[in-house]
Design a protein around this ligand. Structure first.
Ligand SMILES: *[C@@H]1O[C@H](CO)[C@@H](O)[C@H](O)[C@H]1NC(C)=O
Ligand SMILES: *[C@@H]1O[C@H](CO)[C@@H](O)[C@H](O)[C@H]1NC(C)=O
Ligand SMILES: *[C@@H]1O[C@H](CO)[C@@H](O)[C@H](O)[C@H]1NC(C)=O
Ligand SMILES: *[C@@H]1O[C@H](CO)[C@@H](O)[C@H](O)[C@H]1NC(C)=O
Ligand SMILES: *[C@@H]1O[C@H](CO)[C@@H](O)[C@H](O)[C@H]1NC(C)=O
Ligand SMILES: *[C@@H]1O[C@H](CO)[C@@H](O)[C@H](O)[C@H]1NC(C)=O
Ligand SMILES: *[C@@H]1O[C@H](CO)[C@@H](O)[C@H](O)[C@H]1NC(C)=O
Ligand SMILES: *[C@@H]1O[C@H](CO)[C@@H](O)[C@H](O)[C@H]1NC(C)=O
Ligand SMILES: *[C@@H]1O[C@H](CO)[C@@H](O)[C@H](O)[C@H]1NC(C)=O
Ligand SMILES: *[C@@H]1O[C@H](CO)[C@@H](O)[C@H](O)[C@H]1NC(C)=O
Ligand SMILES: *[C@@H]1O[C@H](CO)[C@@H](O)[C@H](O)[C@H]1NC(C)=O
Ligand SMILES: *[C@@H]1O[C@H](CO)[C@@H](O)[C@H](O)[C@H]1NC(C)=O
Length: 768
């Protein structure tokens, strides 16, 4: 039953009551939503409060819902997408015609409160809207919302997008929205939510301009990311998110001092708001909805995961060398992405090695794959990880042979995303010479066939996981066809990463491998975290740069942590190696490899290296005894922190979603300097503060120590004690990334680390 409670109208951006009857029924102007939440109508403003805390409010005198016509323009190429927002006939005004209580399932009161009215001056048109609020039974600490706008034709075409605006304050800072790599606070930015190749450079020059020249956009910009997630947490401990079904293109606009506007590419959207006591509780509240990352297998604590390519003999040799007394590298596993074979792809100066996306072992590189995997395990307690992605490539030209062409089978069965223009597989390119299809996860037939493939020829070797690559490539054009055509391809695009993670998780659950398997993804979306036990921050350039080099790794982990991804890591050494035009090569130095290993050891839940995409021009950990010794030292440092990390994972990450790497703002939300730190320093849990070295030839770092003067930070290397509020220049030779014990607390879990520091204080490292 509908119970009309009030009628008001908002015209010309001001509030006015339309009728006498409306006036009478508006006397209290308050609607209870349950659990202490209530909606209030004040002059020119609606507000939701709980007790004396404001949860949500409209911006006085401004429309809170709007809409526009116009198709956003999206151009895609090899996973890079350029989006141009197009708004026509944006509605200029809004009226409120009623605030009612209506029946609503699953809420604490059995009801919801609905604000309805009209969007006005949308060119020649107007449209009905409803904004509904309720408190659900299963998550009663927050207010859920649903915005719905009726379709309406303007002279530019139908209304297509909605805007949802609410108030903020000039001193509210924002974090989250997925893998943001360029900013500390997102205040003053307008952040698109769309998963895609992050680009090579992302604003670092000159590579970004080179890559974006002549109509290409493979350089990306400061906003391109593999993982866009429509959720944020603010320094007011406010949590705002869209539901996991809301996979349409979204944009969160924080450019106005006193408002936030969510632009969403559909006429309806739902989500929730809440306000927690502090930022930790806010992460717990967010992850109560999204779910939390499943437990990380214990074996990852044992040492490094060596990224190697080149075949069985090479791998065995490098493992044996690492385990020798000389090198003394703790090795938890090897990660062999070329298990399926490689082929050269033409690039400037030299060919780049690419993988054959056909999930079986290559008989030249890994002729006795299953035995080889088992031997590493039996002889050295070393696990093997391989590589799988969302594509299957045409292997008809594979010169080292194949037993089964998955591409041919999937093409025949229409298991790929289809192209209606050519009435065939939508061929996805990833540079020249690769012809592949993207598997259609909306097709139950594909799922069951691919699960068999994974069981019979991937997991059948006694592997312990793989890089679960890609997820951000699904085309968005109108000639893209999915098996399940409920939504268009543009709307579906952001759902793919979650379906990919959920599918892979289902396979390992079916095989009873959840406590052994490590699957790492770079592409994720709202709620993918509940289906992946490790996030990897994607492909960075092998350099020191801000937007796409080593520094961006920390920034991405910060925002992913605020998005509910507690367990993260990066490719130690980076990935993207560039041999390109005049006077520009980006290749990995031994120093970058060493410092990146230090960073991983003191920030990440897994230590795994990558050779990069042109291994032969990069320093590798196995290049010589200096590089291997530095790498082994970093791996020992990582292992010394294992007890400390594991305790945090069990007591904080798994039950509450708290990340391991914690930016200073998490503990010091009122400290304006802390709010602006993206990569310069962070906490690893509560007891360690870290200021990593992320620049070349740098042997001291300037560190800001947040907090009151009674807070102490004791350098584990020198014993010098710094105080909260202080700035200091701290020594940072190779192997000694500045790490500080906070407030003198030495928990038992920290003992192995403090022992390492004492024992290895004299270890000499070099980057020759
Ligand atoms: C808000 O209410 C809580 C208890 O309901 C009280 O402890 C707190 O002091 C109040 N804060 C303000 C600013 O009134
Ligand atoms: C907008 O997209 C729709 C399909 O979603 C298409 O029918 C229409 O022609 C497009 N309008 C313009 C102006 O491109
Ligand atoms: C607005 O104009 C378009 C075409 O010019 C027309 O189709 C539509 O019906 C008009 N809308 C209203 C509400 O008059
Ligand atoms: C946002 O802009 C305001 C006004 O220019 C400035 O005071 C504030 O520091 C900026 N915040 C961030 C995080 O950029
Ligand atoms: C862009 O085009 C110009 C003119 O054709 C050419 O000289 C230049 O090399 C191109 N740049 C890149 C990065 O391809
Ligand atoms: C690069 O690979 C192509 C095959 O894709 C081959 O024809 C060519 O000789 C290779 N070039 C170099 C420099 O190895
Ligand atoms: C599309 O291809 C299928 C075979 O894969 C064929 O049966 C069907 O007739 C084709 N449709 C059109 C419109 O050509
Ligand atoms: C379908 O094929 C046409 C012609 O090759 C191409 O222009 C279009 O981009 C393709 N679309 C998809 C979704 O692959
Ligand atoms: C599943 O694996 C665990 C070890 O990880 C084992 O203890 C358990 O017995 C297995 N369950 C089944 C049904 O095989
Ligand atoms: C870039 O690397 C290529 C291949 O190693 C080399 O030939 C070229 O001289 C390098 N260019 C610069 C500017 O270092
Ligand atoms: C440090 O001082 C602040 C006040 O400046 C106080 O609130 C806090 O409890 C003190 N902390 C410790 C550990 O003494
Ligand atoms: C490490 O050695 C330096 C001198 O070489 C000494 O000052 C420092 O106290 C030592 N640190 C630890 C933790 O033993």
């Amino acid at each position: 039953m509908r119970v009309p409670r009030a009628i008001v109208a908002l015209s010309s951006l001001a509030w006015a009551t339309s009728t006498q009857t409306a006036l009478a029924s508006l006397s209290d102007g308050q609607w209870s939503l349950g659990e202490g939440f209530s909606l209030h109508r004040k002059t020119g403003q609606l507000e939701i409060t709980k007790g004396n805390s404001s949860i949500w409010s409209t911006v006085p005198g401004k429309p809170f819902i709007s809409a526009s016509a116009g198709n956003d323009s999206v151009v895609g190429s090899s996973g890079a997408f350029k989006i141009t927002e197009v708004d026509q006939d944006t509605c200029q005004d809004q009226s409120i015609t009623g605030i009612d209580e209506i029946e609503w399932d699953g809420t604490v009161t059995g009801k919801a409160t609905r604000i309805s009215g009209e969007l006005l001056k949308c060119g020649n048109a107007s449209a009905q809207y409803a904004l509904t609020f309720w408190v659900s039974n299963d998550l009663s600490d927050r207010v859920a919302f649903y915005v719905d706008i009726s379709s309406s034709a303007t002279s530019s075409g139908p209304l297509k997008k909605l805007y949802f605006r609410f108030s903020s304050s000039a001193n509210e800072d924002f974090y989250g929205l997925g893998g943001q790599g360029s900013f500390a606070s997102l205040k003053n930015q307008s952040i698109p939510v769309f998963s895609r190749e992050q680009g090579e450079g992302r604003g670092d020059e000159p590579i970004t301009s080179i890559r974006n020249a002549n109509g290409s956009f493979s350089g990306g910009d400061e906003y391109t990311t593999y993982t866009g997630i429509p959720s944020y947490i603010s320094t007011d401990s406010k949590v705002v998110y869209l539901s996991e079904k809301s996979t349409g293109y979204a944009n969160f606009d924080f450019t106005q001092p006193d408002e936030v506007t969510i632009r969403y590419d559909s006429l309806s959207v739902d989500g929730a708001f809440t306000r927690a006591n502090n930022l930790f509780d806010a992460i717990e509240a967010l992850t109560a909805y999204t779910g939390r990352m499943p437990a990380l297998p214990e074996w990852v604590d044992n040492g490094a995961i060596l990224g190697i390519q080149g075949g069985q003999d090479k791998v065995n040799g490098i493992v044996e060398q690492g385990l020798s007394d000389d090198i003394n590298c703790p090795i938890a596993g090897v990660w062999l992405q070329d298990w399926c074979g490689t082929h050269p792809q033409a690039g400037p100066y030299m060919n780049i090695s690419r993988l054959w996306w056909n999930w079986e072992n290559d008989e030249v590189l890994y002729p006795t794959w299953n035995e080889f995997v088992q031997n590493l395990r039996d002889q050295h307690n070393v696990r093997t990880l391989s590589y799988v992605n969302v594509f299957l490539a045409n292997v008809s030209t594979k010169t080292t042979g194949y037993r089964r062409s998955l591409y041919d089978e999937a093409s025949a069965a229409h298991y790929f995303v289809q192209n209606t223009t050519v009435n065939d597989t939508a061929v996805v390119s990833s540079g020249p010479g690769i012809e592949a299809g993207i598997i259609d996860l909306t097709n139950p037939g594909l799922r069951s066939w691919f699960e068999d493939v994974l069981r019979d020829q991937v997991w059948d070797a006694n592997i312990s996981g793989f890089m679960s690559d890609f997820g951000e490539y699904t085309p968005v054009t109108t000639d893209t066809k999915l098996y399940d055509t409920v939504s268009d391809a543009f709307f579906y695009h952001n759902a793919y990463p979650s379906q990919w993670a959920e599918f892979q998780r289902g396979v390992i659950e079916g095989l009873n491998l959840t406590s052994e398997a490590l699957l790492f993804h770079r592409s994720a979306a709202m709620s993918s975290n509940r289906n992946m036990n490790l996030f990897w921050v994607g492909d960075q350039n092998v350099d020191w740069a801000l937007n796409d080099g080593i520094k961006s790794v920390v920034t991405i982990m910060v925002h992913m942590g605020f998005s509910g991804y507690a367990q993260q890591h990066s490719d130690v050494g980076g990935y993207t190696t560039i041999l390109t035009y005049n006077n520009l090569n980006i290749t990995r130095s031994p120093e970058l490899l060493g410092r990146w290993g230090e960073l991983a050891a003191v920030s990440s839940s897994v230590f795994r290296s990558h050779e990069g995409n042109i291994p032969q021009v990069n320093a590798q950990f196995y290049s010589n005894s200096s590089t291997y010794s530095y790498y082994a030292y970093n791996a020992r440092l990582f292992v010394s922190l294992a007890k400390y990390r594991r305790n945090m994972l069990k007591t904080e990450s798994e039950p509450k979603g708290w990340p391991l790497l914690r930016p200073p703002v998490l503990y010091h939300p009122n400290d304006l300097r802390a709010r602006n730190i993206s990569y310069q320093s962070f906490y690893l849990g509560e007891h360690l503060y870290v200021a990593p070295v992320l620049d070349p030839q740098t042997f001291e770092v300037d560190v800001y120590f947040p907090g009151d003067a009674n807070r102490t930070y004791e350098s584990v290397w020198t014993g010098v004690v710094y105080k909260g509020g202080e700035d200091a220049t701290v020594p940072a030779p190779y192997g000694k990334p500045p790490v500080f014990l906070v407030n003198g607390v030495r928990t038992p879990e920290l003992e192995p680390f403090l022992d390492f520091v004492k024992k290895e204080n004299g270890t000499k490292l070099s980057v020759d």
